[in-house]
Write a protein that binds this ligand. Structure first.
Ligand code: TXA
Ligand code: MG
Length: 349
């Protein structure tokens, strides 16, 4: 399949480009587009055949439902039922933005979009290109992250090209995404609001608006807990993983540095190429190193995380050692992705 590459101004998108992409969505094709979190792989959420193609292109298991993206209240009502009061509170504070709400689905959605569940995950993105594309398509757009299933989510056009070129109809180039991690998935169908996936909106921010918020145990779990009945089906798959083996070291900073130096030496002795993802001023003199961000700058660290994992893979390192962060604010989402990408290999010092 030939893939159309469409360059766009991310803050003031040319309508000619948006129209071209919307035409593809309307006739049941696949378009990758930037959002404020990561790139999404979009299809008409109401078109069963179109959504099926998303799963095929990504190699995504059919029991992992995708997020439905809307641009107005009418579309939200079209895909959901019984929207509770608490949802409206959250919507007025966080939409458009990186908050996905799990609500009761409507019968208008084909089963494949929600993987046969009686709920739907829905969000309104705040990226201009994403919003215009949904508006111009005049229908909700189903879109998981635009990566091959299991690999780190794409935060740049080049990442999407690498994973999906030749497999989808078009890719819109809107530059680098702002947040770099996916949206927060919050269930509003459990007895109390529960975070199924931490992301761009923090638990602290949610609590300010609705008081109490639960954290699903799998968010903090050391390993993929297949035995927990996963409420968010995506929880049970290995995710975000680079090809290289990944080890995360978390704790007091001087102890972290000491431990990482030991690990570098250990792998160097075994003759393995080591890459390090570090935080703060100085690296470690490993084979390859990338600075994730300044100390405590979770915004910067989040933005760089996925692209740095991909970059180290391209540099063909065999082991990646990453400095962990504290699990507060965006740090909760950063550690959740590092935990999943490492398969739970976290050393605490
Ligand atoms: O930031 C984002 O959310 C990006 C951009 C493109 O919007 N999208 C994204 O989609 O990350 P995806 O498909 O990669 O992740 C969707 C997550 C998965 O963990 C999935 O299991 C969960 O949302 N999910 C989808 N529908 C659900 C439902 N009905 N109930 C519970 N979890 C659901
Ligand atoms: Mg994904």
């Amino acid at each position: 399949m030939s893939t159309l590459l469409l360059k766009v101004n991310p803050t003031n998108p040319e309508m000619s480009v948006i129209r071209k992409a919307a035409e593809i969505i309307k006739r049941g094709g696949l378009v990758a587009f930037p959002t404020e979190t990561v790139y999404g792989l979009g299809a008409d959420a109401l078109n069963e055949e179109a959504v099926k193609k998303i799963f095929e292109a990504k190699g995504r298991p059919l029991d992992n439902p995708v997020i439905v993206h809307v641009s107005n209240e009418e579309m939200l009502r079209l895909v959901t039922e019984n929207i509770p009061e608490i949802a409206w509170k959250l919507i007025s504070r966080f939409w458009p933005g990186p908050l996905t709400l799990v609500l009761k689905r409507s019968a208008r959605l084909p089963d494949i979009t929600v993987a046969g569940l009686d709920t739907v995950a829905v969000r309104m993105p705040r990226h201009r290109v994403a919003l215009r594309l949904i508006e111009e398509s005049e229908r909700p757009i189903a879109a998981p992250s635009a990566n091959l299933s299991g690999s780190p989510s794409p935060t740049r056009f080049e990442h999407v090209v690498k994973d999906l070129y030749g497999k989808i109809d078009a890719i819109i180039d809107g530059g680098e995404t702002e947040i770099g991690l996916e949206s927060t998935v919050l269930s509003l169908v459990s007895s109390s609001p529960m975070i199924l996936r931490p992301g761009g909106v923090t638990i602290e921010q949610l609590k300010e608006v609705i008081g109490y918020v639960d954290l699903h145990p799998v968010v903090l779990a050391e390993l993929e807990l297949d035995k927990i009945i996963a409420r968010s089906p995506g929880m049970k798959y290995r995710h975000y993983a680079p090809r290289a083996e990944l080890i995360v070291v978390q704790g007091e900073h001087s102890m972290v540095r000491k431990k990482i130096k030991e690990l570098i030496e250990y792998y160097a002795e075994k003759g393995q190429r080591v890459g390090v993802l570090f935080i703060g001023e100085s690296g470690y003199g490993a084979d390859e190193e990338i600075k994730l961000g300044d100390f405590g700058d979770f915004v910067q660290i989040a933005r760089n995380l996925f692209s740095s994992l991909r970059e180290l893979d391209e540099k063909r390192v065999e082991v990646i050692i990453a400095e962990g962060v504290e699990e507060r604010g965006l740090g909760l989402a950063i550690m959740n992705r590092l935990r999943k990408a490492s398969g739970g290999r976290i050393i605490r010092v």
